[in-house]
Design a binder for this molecule. Structure first.
Ligand SMILES: Nc1ncnc2c1ncn2[C@@H]1O[C@H](COP(=O)(O)OP(=O)(O)OP(=O)(O)O)[C@@H](O)[C@H]1O
Length: 291
């Protein structure tokens, strides 16, 4: 079932002075894979923590299907929030640990968890505390996926995983999403690895939501334009320029603005080369420090 998540002017202040979320509002219609991007300290974990009702916002609210989620167990059982919890003191063996956690997850699929344990090659005969850093992350991912919660939130869940393990994580999110459509919200720094998974992207910068857009629209809007400097300048005058690079008489400019068919045709006629820009490039330029 689809659930609409709404953030209504959410602000969060730590220790009375440190305002880490600043009036964040958005609506997620659900049954999609959302990417939450932001630089270190931007407020991603804080926002996800509020979204999953672990933290009460200092101002504003989060609702699911119109109902406030904080201290609402009927709604919070629909959410799984996977983050980097230290398992150093966890003396249980893997299967027992999963067994105990699954009691609180009404839709937990044990067969799928067993399959994932094999896929990630996790040893079942060791105490959880003895698992390596990447294996502990894989365990969190297994619990997150096998919980089949209608709203599944992964906060940089790949930390410590090597490239093959991250690949398994991405594949399993996509496969399981196809088979059991639900809402995924994934925060990440590894934009180039994960961008093709996202249907919508939210970018948070210094506690503010600076962008919420469909990934396809972002891909269409971001364009690089290369050619003779004078022609490039004429073509891009008045457009939202993200970055300029010059080499001799040649210039490359990245813009964030959709070009009409007429503009594209004009670019071709004046020998300008148009190319896509990646979400990573867009992210870097939208969140860079003011000079
Ligand atoms: N429990 C806390 N008490 C006080 N300040 C906190 C607390 N948790 C986070 N902060 C501060 O809130 C801000 C946002 O932190 P948050 O962890 O949400 O960012 P993030 O985007 O997830 O960062 P990263 O990508 O580095 O994990 C930071 O300035 C951080 O120092």
């Amino acid at each position: 079932m689809n659930h609409v998540i709404k953030a209504n002017e959410v602000s969060l202040t730590y220790n009375y002075t440190n305002r880490v979320l600043k009036s964040v509002s958005f609506e997620l219609e659900g049954n999609k894979i959302y990417g939450l991007l932001g630089r270190n300290g931007a407020g991603k974990t804080s926002l996800l923590s509020v979204l999953s009702a672990f933290t009460k916002p200092s101002y504003g609210s989060i609702t699911i299907d119109g109902e406030e989620i904080f201290e609402n167990s009927k709604l919070t059982e629909k959410i799984v929030f996977v983050r980097d919890i230290n398992l150093e003191v966890e003396k249980q063996r893997l299967k027992k640990y999963i067994q105990e956690i699954s009691v609180f997850r009404p839709l937990f699929d044990h067969k799928y968890a067993d399959y994932l344990i094999k896929r990630f090659r996790l040893p079942t005969d060791q105490a959880v505390s003895k698992l390596s850093r990447g294996m502990q992350s894989a365990l969190h991912v297994i619990i997150g996926l096998a919980s089949r919660a209608p709203i599944t939130i992964f906060d940089e869940a790949y930390l410590g995983m090597d490239a093959p393990a991250r690949e398994i994580f991405y594949e399993e999110v996509l496969n399981d999403y196809m088979e059991h459509p639900r809402t995924f919200i994934l925060s990440t720094h590894l934009i180039s690895e994960m961008e093709s998974m996202f249907e919508e992207v939210l970018i948070i910068d210094q506690g503010k939501l600076i962008l919420h857009e469909e990934a396809d629209v972002l891909r269409e809007r971001g364009t690089s334009i290369t050619g003779s400097a004078e022609v490039v300048d004429q073509f891009t005058a008045g457009k939202k320029i993200l970055k300029e690079q010059s080499l001799g008489g040649t210039k490359k400019v990245m813009i964030y603005e959709e070009l009409s068919a007429k503009e594209r045709e004009h670019a071709r006629q004046v020998h300008l080369e148009l190319g896509p820009i990646t979400l990573q490039e867009l992210f870097i330029h939208l969140t860079k420090e003011e000079e």
